[in-house]
Design a protein around this ligand. Structure first.
Ligand code: PAF
Length: 273
């Protein structure tokens, strides 16, 4: 495995790319496995580790964000990654960048409402990384569903020559989504956080948008989690939710941690409102 902070020009081999901020866990390893499936043994899997300052708000956890490069390197080796790209801030942003990617109206909703500027930071770094790595496939977890949708839109609207692949969320045995930020949870917050997958399950058993929301909110309230939002959206995060498959998205605070998750729901013919 090549570990580098400057990428050589890519070879002609098929290339799949997994951008990360490190603190790699099973969710990232699943992205690497799916990446390998897309390019085969003769192709290249590239993983980047870069804690992107641009996507953290002033009161967020940029300084505390877990940095575990040696363990990350071992995880990449174990998954047969070909190139581990660990750029510096300078390699990504150069001297004084003044251009960022505007995520459009969706960037201000859901996560964007609580985290102003977050998605501009995400799309800017993802755009730069996609140009530098020049992959055929780029893999993102469904755990960050809004990020996945915005990356898809950016690649479509700005004609990035890459196929964006969404990968289902990897979960703990009690259903909590794997996340690098789970390490922040106290034992009590971790126990209460198990209500999140229960809320998604309860929502998936209901049929109208309001019943789906009510069922999910009931589970979260029962665990005394502080709700930021619980929303049902179309699969591409539109406000008009058609009958059929849709997405339940939620964000809660457990102690000092903010947790997000989402899952599929089915809106029945008895009405979307
Ligand atoms: O999902 C993440 O880890 C980050 O938002 C990403 C896509 C690596 C951009 O910094």
């Amino acid at each position: 495995m090549i570990v580098t902070d400057v990428l050589a020009p890519r070879s002609g081999k098929p290339r799949a790319f997994v951008p990360t901020m490190g603190a790699l866990h099973d969710g990232h390893r699943e992205l690497m496995r799916v990446a390998r499936e897309h390019v085969g043994l003769e192709g290249e899997v590239v993983v980047s580790v870069f804690v992107n300052p641009l996507q953290f708000g002033a009161n967020e956890d940029f300084d505390q964000y877990p940095r575990t490069l040696e363990a990350d390197r071992a995880a990449c080796e174990a998954e047969g990654v070909n190139i581990l790209y660990v750029p510096t801030v300078w390699t990504i942003y150069g001297e004084s960048p003044s251009i960022t990617v505007d995520p459009g109206p969706l960037g201000e909703e859901l996560e964007g409402a609580s985290r102003p500027g977050h998605f501009a930071g995400v799309l800017t770094v993802v755009g730069i990384l996609l140009h530098q790595v020049a992959p055929d496939f780029a893999l993102f977890g469904e755990k960050d569903y809004q990020q996945l949708e915005l990356v898809r839109r950016m690649c479509r609207d700005l004609s990035f020559p890459v196929t964006v692949v969404g990968v289902p969320t990897v979960r703990e045995s009690d259903g909590l989504a794997r996340s690098s930020r789970n390490v922040y949870l106290s034992a009590d917050d971790r126990r209460r956080a198990a209500a999140i997958p229960r809320a998604l399950k309860a929502g998936s058993n209901a049929t109208s948008v309001e019943q789906i929301r009510t069922a999910a909110i009931h589970e979260l309230n029962a665990a005394d989690l502080d709700i930021d939002y619980v929303e049902v959206r179309s699969n591409d995060l539109g406000h008009d939710v058609p009958e059929g498959e849709a997405r339940l998205l939620l964000a809660v605070h457990a102690g000092s941690s903010r947790l997000i998750d989402n899952g599929p729901v089915h809106v029945g013919s008895d009405g979307s409102e």
